[in-house]
Ligand binder design. Structure first.
Ligand code: AHR
Length: 523
């Protein structure tokens, strides 16, 4: 009787031990694969706050209905500029705003946009729907907006259809302190003091909508326009040459070779277009195939940045010239029933992931990337705000800029990342994107994006070079990949406190939920 009982007990114990072994393996395997080491004492580079910049073009409802409603509107405004918009953008510490385009910039004649509004001539906005532009939002209104926002203006000058004289006079108008034809005209138009203008772009997409130029030709045109861009009255302009789109390395090579010493920045444009330009998908109706494609395409920007950097490093080893990613973001079909030329699209959790991973890439390349401008702030492409008459909502992308504002002006902390792949139908991309920084008070911030919409990532993060004792964080996620805010339900997706992290010694254990953007603060 006793023998079979003993055998039974041994089998039971054996099975129990086997189950324990299987369980512990199941737990350790992914943990071993997902690891971050942050060297808190090895930070050298400062993350330029301008990486968190935005872009506003006279396109669709970005300016009119977005920023600008006019002084007589019933929508609360200060001198015609929406109060709700200014308040929302101040909260995310918008550092810089690019204007007036985009393609529109190379059709814009600034003199039509100053002086009494009733006398300003109209023009046709030939790039964006052929609508009539009444020029009510011009230089004074834009610079008033920047003052209300507390951000730097970044003005893009007209090279495609404007003259050297026109560009030179615009700078004189805005920045000259003494008496001169342009400064006097500015005073007549109501502004005594000159403005301080920091960033000035010499044309937009000069290889395309800005004049269809060849790189060799534009390099010479740039040199010519650049010669008449003057620093008046102590104002120092950071002058940005038009750079390439995505992987046009030839353009960068020629521009750096022929004009590198005459520029402070070279731009780069890249849009994430799931399905490609001819086959763009819906902003809100998509499955995992499009989700994966979107992440895959968004990640490509890192390769482009690395290769453009390599060219710039050859001509400018001191890294004097900044890489200025002054247009980036997602580009889908427009919302059904809206004007196809107005580029109005919804914004979901998918866009939040694109924003999070792209900003991580910019942070990690902040030795060269000195500014970036998401396209576009309100009602156009990957907007942070959407408006409908008097209503305004914050998009998931807005919330990412909110979570990530802690990186502005902080010191980038080098990190080593080992993470699993996110696999879909035989294709693979890294599942985790990360960047870390330390602010002036010594707080470490780690931003993480889990691109996998199905699996959480258990992560061990080790901090070296600084003792740690406390962690807290905020997370943006949702049960559905396409969750988004609407005018009826504006808070369907917003950040919440994150409870999935704990500290043990110098190690932090974090469970990064599927399809999430997470920022933790480590003290
Ligand atoms: O952001 C929309 C358009 O995209 C810009 O006007 C142009 O520069 C780019 O092609």
């Amino acid at each position: 009787m006793k023998k079979p009982r003993i055998i039974f007990c041994l089998i039971l114990i054996g099975s129990f031990l086997l189950i324990l072994e299987i369980l512990s393996r199941a737990q350790t395997t992914p943990v071993e694969k997902s690891r971050i080491i942050i060297n808190a004492d090895l930070g050298r580079e400062t993350i330029s706050p301008y990486i968190y910049g935005h872009f506003s073009e006279h396109l669709g409802r970005c300016i009119y209905g977005g920023f600008w409603v006019g002084e007589n509107s019933s929508i609360p405004n200060v001198r015609g500029i929406r109060k709700d918009v200014v308040e929302a953008l101040r909260k995310i510490k918008i550092p810089v705003l690019r204007w007036p385009g985009g393609c529109f910039a190379d059709t814009y004649h600034w003199k039509a946009g100053v002086g009494p509004k009733e006398k300003r001539p109209s023009m046709i906005n030939t790039h964006w729907g052929g609508v009539v532009e009444n020029n009510h939002f011009g230089t004074h209104e834009f610079l008033d907006l920047c003052e209300q926002l507390g951000c730097e203006p970044y003005i893009c000058g007209n090279v495609g259809s404007g003259t050297v004289q026109e560009m030179a006079e615009w700078i004189e108008y805005m920045t000259f302190v003494g008496q001169s034809p342009m400064a006097d005209w500015r005073r007549q138009n109501g502004r005594e003091k000159p403005w301080r203008i920091k960033f000035f772009g010499v044309g937009n997409e000069s290889w395309g909508c800005g004049g269809n130029m060849r790189s060799e030709y534009y390099a010479d045109v740039y040199r010519r326009y650049r010669s008449y861009i003057r620093n008046f009255s102590g104002n120092r302009l950071y002058v940005i040459a038009c750079g390439p789109y995505s992987d046009n390395y030839y353009w960068t090579e020629i521009l750096m070779r022929e004009a590198g010493r005459l520029m402070n920045g070279l731009s780069l444009h890249y849009y994430t277009v799931p399905g490609g330009w001819a086959n763009r998908g819906s902003a809100t109706k998509f499955g995992e195939e499009k989700w994966f494609d979107t992440m895959d395409r968004a990640l490509k920007i890192e390769e482009y940045i690395k290769r453009h950097k390599a060219i710039m490093d050859r001509y400018d080893p001191e890294k004097r010239v900044g890489l200025i990613v002054d247009e980036w973001g997602t580009w889908y079909q427009v919302e059904p029933g809206t004007n196809p030329s107005f580029l109005y699209q919804q914004n979901t959790l998918r866009d939040a992931l694109v924003a999070g991973l792209t900003l991580n890439i910019f942070n990690n390349h902040c030795d060269r990337v000195k500014m970036a401008n998401l396209a576009q702030t309100i009602n156009v492409l990957q907007a942070v705000l959407l408006t409908q008459d008097e209503k305004m909502i914050l998009t998931p992308t807005y919330h990412v800029f909110d979570l990530y504002q802690v990186h502005q002006k902080a010191t980038l902390l080098p990190l080593e990342l080992t993470a699993p792949d996110y696999e879909f139908e035989g294709k693979k991309i890294p599942a985790l994107s990360a960047s870390a920084s330390q602010d002036e008070e010594g707080r470490i911030h780690l931003s993480l994006c889990n691109l996998n919409p199905r699996q959480e990532i258990p992560l061990i993060c080790e901090i070296r070079g600084k003792a740690i004792s406390e962690i807290k964080g905020r997370i943006l996620t949702a049960s559905k990949m396409n969750e988004h805010n609407t005018f009826e339900e504006p808070e369907r997706i917003t950040p919440v406190a994150f409870k999935g992290a704990r500290i043990e010694g110098q190690k932090i254990f974090i469970r990064v939920p599927a399809k999430s953007v997470l920022v933790v603060e480590i003290n």
